[in-house]
Design a protein around this ligand. Structure first.
Ligand code: G3P
Length: 219
């Protein structure tokens, strides 16, 4: 399972990229807004800076709600960076826009996916990746990870090439469960990435090795 960072914060992306484990970045209007981005120009500048840090796919979301607006935005975004994935919501207008953009060779990350049926439609429309939001399903008392398992299983059954990108990840267990469920990618907040790296027994083990070494080194 590949790991993407789910943030528009440049410092987090720099810090995450140093680990050598981040293969892409996902953004959305809320993550962009949290960094003070509120226009196409400022989003473009931020996305270009992100693309200079991470070689992999950078997901950039449209803000239009109508198909034509999404298509126009998607064509514009496609020219911003070498490896854009245009984020399009799982709506009627979104599937229309996905069909058009994918037919033009523009890669699409189908976002705000909350059902197998939306994932089926996106695969037929030509989504490069589909982003089931597992945390938001958990929020309403459902088992979000089950959606990942169901989509992975059905995509495999029909040899569908659309990648399953686990999103709305809230904690490290989501990462583990997404991998167990067979997700192709998990996009994680920087805080979760740091938590994935840490374990108290590793920390105490390192301290003990150091202390034992220094005991002899100083004897
Ligand atoms: O990639 C989607 C993610 O940013 C949404 O996360 O926590 O707002 O559901 P959350």
């Amino acid at each position: 399972m590949k790991l993407f960072l789910d943030t528009a914060n440049i410092q987090e992306i720099r810090d995450g990229a140093r680990l050598g484990v981040i293969k892409g970045v996902t953004t959305n209007p809320s993550l962009a807004s949290a960094e003070g981005i509120g226009s196409a120009e400022s989003y473009k500048a931020a996305v270009r800076e992100i693309s200079d840090i991470v070689d992999g796919p950078i997901s950039v979301e449209v803000v239009s709600l109508d198909a034509q607006g999404m298509v126009e935005e998607g064509r514009e975004i496609a020219g911003w960076i070498p490896n854009p994935w245009v984020k399009i919501p799982s709506t009627m207008d979104g599937f229309e826009a996905i069909s058009i953009l994918s037919s033009e060779g523009i890669k699409v990350n189908q976002t705000l996916c909350f059902s197998v049926n939306q994932a089926l439609l996106g695969a037929q429309a030509g989504s490069t990746a589909v982003s089931p939001f597992i945390g938001r399903l958990d929020d309403i008392g459902l088992e979000g990870i089950d959606l990942i398992s169901d989509i992975v299983s059905i995509y495999k059954q029909y040899d569908i090439k659309t990648k399953v990108l686990a999103a709305s990840i809230r904690h490290t267990l989501h990462c583990t469960l997404a991998a167990q469920a067979g997700a192709d990618i998990a996009t994680v907040p920087y805080k979760t990435l740091v938590q994935m790296a840490h374990h108290p027994l590793t920390d105490s083990g390192v301290a003990r090795f150091k202390a034992d070494w220094e005991k002899t080194a100083n004897s």
